[in-house]
Design a protein around this ligand. Structure first.
Ligand code: DX5
Ligand code: ZN
Length: 218
């Protein structure tokens, strides 16, 4: 079953209205809600922490997909799990003990994701394939919404899908997903498409219909 899921990133939503924004995108067909946590250290931007995730949780009925762009991640995993994350994704580059981080995530009762920056080879996760539920392939350098898709990552997606074999592992694409790039990564084996600016562009709580149009366009 390779159902394609759309996970709008609230990085491009109205930060003063996250609850309403989450409800609006779900009403328009979002499968998951993607939550970008940035620390101003691992990536050159800051967003928010577990308190915000906890505040949003009651407004998300589907899956809360939390992408941790923080280093170190381990000291904060429990707080994000308790805040209500369903999936916790850590970056392979964020610390020396990826296997330990993934074990910790599963131990907290969350699905475990690992994200790969554009320069990180697929082989970086060769020995943790049985410890993950999701691979997030960064198709931009993490930190900001609205950047251009890095085409070299399509081959990485294809390679990862072959590595995964018949394990039940999602391959998620994060960054620069548009109606033009989405079919290319789906053909290569991706099944979850994160979209920030593609979904929220022109959107607002006052005009939620635009979410649905943009979600369907992808
Ligand atoms: C980038 C984030 C992405 C971002 C995607 O660091 O991880 O989730 O919001 O935004 P778009 O879809 O605008 O590239
Ligand atoms: Zn993300």
């Amino acid at each position: 079953d390779r159902t394609i899921r759309i996970a709008p990133s609230i990085l491009s939503a109205d930060f003063a209205a996250f609850g309403a924004e989450c409800e609006a995108i779900e009403a328009q067909g979002a499968d998951w809600v993607h939550v970008d946590v940035m620390d101003g250290h691992f990536v050159p931007n800051l967003t928010f922490g577990p308190a915000m995730v906890k505040a949003i949780r009651p407004h998300v009925k589907t899956v809360m997909d939390v992408h941790l762009m923080i280093a170190p991640a381990d000291p904060y995993l429990q707080a994000f799990a308790e805040a209500g994350a369903d999936i916790l994704t850590v970056h392979a580059e964020a610390g020396p003990h990826l296997h330990r981080s993934l074990q910790a995530v599963r131990g907290l009762g969350c699905k475990a994701g690992v994200a790969l920056n554009p320069a990180t080879p697929a082989d970086a996760i060769d020995y943790v394939l049985d410890d993950i539920d999701l691979i997030c392939v960064m198709t931009v350098n993490p930190g900001f919404g609205g950047q251009s898709f890095i085409a070299s990552q399509v081959a990485k997606v294809r390679r990862l899908r072959a590595m995964v074999g018949d394990r039940p592992v999602h391959i998620e694409i994060d960054g620069g997903v548009t109606p033009e790039t989405a079919p290319r990564v789906v053909a290569a084996g991706a099944d979850v498409l994160v979209a920030g600016s593609g979904v929220f562009k022109g959107g607002s709580v006052a005009n939620p219909g635009v979410y649905g149009d943009n979600i369907r366009a992808i």
